[in-house]
Design a binder for this molecule. Structure first.
Ligand SMILES: CC(=O)N[C@H]1[C@@H](OP(=O)(O)OP(=O)(O)OC[C@H]2O[C@@H](n3ccc(=O)[nH]c3=O)[C@H](O)[C@@H]2O)O[C@H](CO)[C@@H](O)[C@@H]1O
Ligand SMILES: C=C(OP(=O)(O)O)C(=O)O
Length: 428
């Protein structure tokens, strides 16, 4: 097992290129199950979530190659094998195997998903959607069993705006008989990306990206080639890093429209920012103001950037309130930031960050993916050496993190953990 070591306190400069979107990738790959011939996806990020899904598709009989970000999936020999636990627990998005396998085979048995621990993450809306389409769904010993004689289109109103439920119902509905209407659907860009792939495969989908999606089921879907959208959360992470410790950083391969809420907040803080067609430049920010943030569904401020943004706020003048309305327990990074000298207190669903504070290097642990990003930014901002453990979380979502940050002049490296450190980690 490895840890990250960071020698912080030095300004970063240069260009950093964003990879394909994790939250699209993890839905596009299961979507290939629905085709009868090979699908190729270009620009996938090199992250463990993608590799885990590749291996799950292979387990059910898919022939998959993945090289230089291009994945080719031949789904023609796939069968509906049960995938009860093991790898499915390594990521959240294994739940998309439910919708895709149900859509193609009319049956599936999949273990409950893993992913970041951010408070309760039920999948009741996914199940409500599958049942509305005619599936019988049971939950037995930690796995979900789905079966339908026939899937029939239905009108489904989501009680909670959910990215996962919206995509999962789309996956199950594209080969159902008749029309499905998803009301109160989520509007994230990743939903549009998945709808684009499915449409290129022959599906009939209207309204993706709005809160009403209409799907007219088709009998068959066939292979195609698709290029994934850039990762707005990775881009946002590097924009926040550049605002925190940059002296001129160009973030390349960005769709700025996807990041309007973050751009608006950085402008409010007086971070120098120039927005181009596919790039964002963040200039050196000597003095930044505190701003409050409240996470909301898209196009509101993304919960996945709340944790990295909290680190930036430690450098801002004044007191800021960070409220996460999406998850009840997304503040596990705060204790670790406090170890690094941050002045933050948590009150219910809000954290109050008082700045500016000079962070100090420390030994910290990433409890989840974006907590990891928040701690890496903190390490680059801090005086002295920071050690970050829990890299298995960071590796789920950041492609070539060390190499990319080295390209900005950061002193950051991976190091093997000693037996004693591993023992300490186990008992912590
Ligand atoms: C793989 C992936 O794309 N992950 C993203 C996806 O997660 P995920 O799809 O799991 O998140 P959802 O949009 O479904 O969850 C939003 C909220 O709805 C609740 N909920 C969700 C489904 C359900 O059936 N019942 C229910 O109550 C959740 O507990 C949460 O409070 O969107 C989240 C919100 O933008 C992001 O943080 C994750 O990075
Ligand atoms: C919460 C996240 O991921 P997941 O839903 O895959 O756990 C995330 O990407 O920040």
């Amino acid at each position: 097992m490895e840890k990250l070591k960071i020698a912080g306190g030095y300004p970063l400069k240069g260009t950093i290129k964003v990879s394909g979107a994790k939250n699209s990738a993890v839905a596009l790959i299961p979507a290939t199950i629905l085709a009868d011939s090979p699908v190729t996806i270009e620009g996938l990020p090199e992250i463990s979530d993608v590799l885990t899904l590749q291996s799950l598709l292979e387990e059910i009989g898919g022939t998959v190659s993945f090289e230089d970000g291009e994945m080719r999936v031949d789904p023609s020999e796939m069968i509906s094998m049960p995938l009860p636990s093991g790898k499915v627990k390594k990521l959240r998005a294994s739940y998309y195997l439910m919708g895709a396998m149900l859509g193609r085979f009319k049956k599936a048995a999949i273990g409950l998903p893993g992913g970041c621990h951010l408070g309760p993450r039920p999948i009741d809306q996914h199940i409500k959607g599958f049942e509305a389409l005619g599936a019988e769904v049971t939950n037995e010993q930690g796995a979900i069993y789905l079966r339908a004689d026939e899937l029939r289109g239905a009108r489904i109103y989501l009680d909670v705006v959910s990215v996962g439920a919206t995509i999962n119902i789309m996956l199950a509905a594209v080969r159902a008989k008749g029309r499905t209407i998803i009301e109160n659907a989520a509007k994230e860009p990743e939903i549009i990306d998945v709808a684009t792939l499915l449409t290129n495969m022959g599906a009939k989908i209207k309204g993706a990206g709005t809160d009403v999606i209409r799907i007219d089921g088709v009998e068959e879907l066939s292979g195609c080639r698709h290029t994934i959208i850039p990762d707005r959360i990775e881009a946002g992470t590097y924009m926040i890093l550049a605002a925190a410790s940059g002296s001129g950083v160009l973030i390349d391969n960005v769709i700025p429209l996807h990041l309007e809420s973050l751009i608006a907040k950085l402008r409010e803080m007086k971070v120098p920012i120039e927005v181009g067609a596919e790039q964002v430049f963040i200039g050196k920010a000597d003095h930044i103001n505190s701003v409050d943030i409240k996470t909301l569904v898209y196009p509101g401020f993304p919960t996945d950037l709340q944790q990295p943004f909290t680190t930036l706020l430690t450098k801002a003048e004044g007191s800021a309130v960070v409220t996460d309305t999406i998850y009840s327990a997304r503040f596990k990074h705060i204790d670790e930031l406090r170890r690094m000298n941050a002045n933050i207190k948590v009150e219910g669903r809000s954290a109050i960050v008082n700045g500016p504070i000079q962070l100090q290097g420390a030994k910290v642990k990433a409890s989840d993916l974006r907590a990891g990003a928040a701690l890496v930014i903190a390490g680059l901002l801090a005086e002295g050496i920071t050690e970050v453990t829990g890299l298995e979380h960071i590796d789920r979502g950041y492609s070539n993190l060390v190499e990319k940050l080295e390209g900005l002049g950061a002193t950051i490296w991976r190091e093997k953990m000693s037996a004693e450190e591993l023992e300490q980690l186990k008992s912590s």
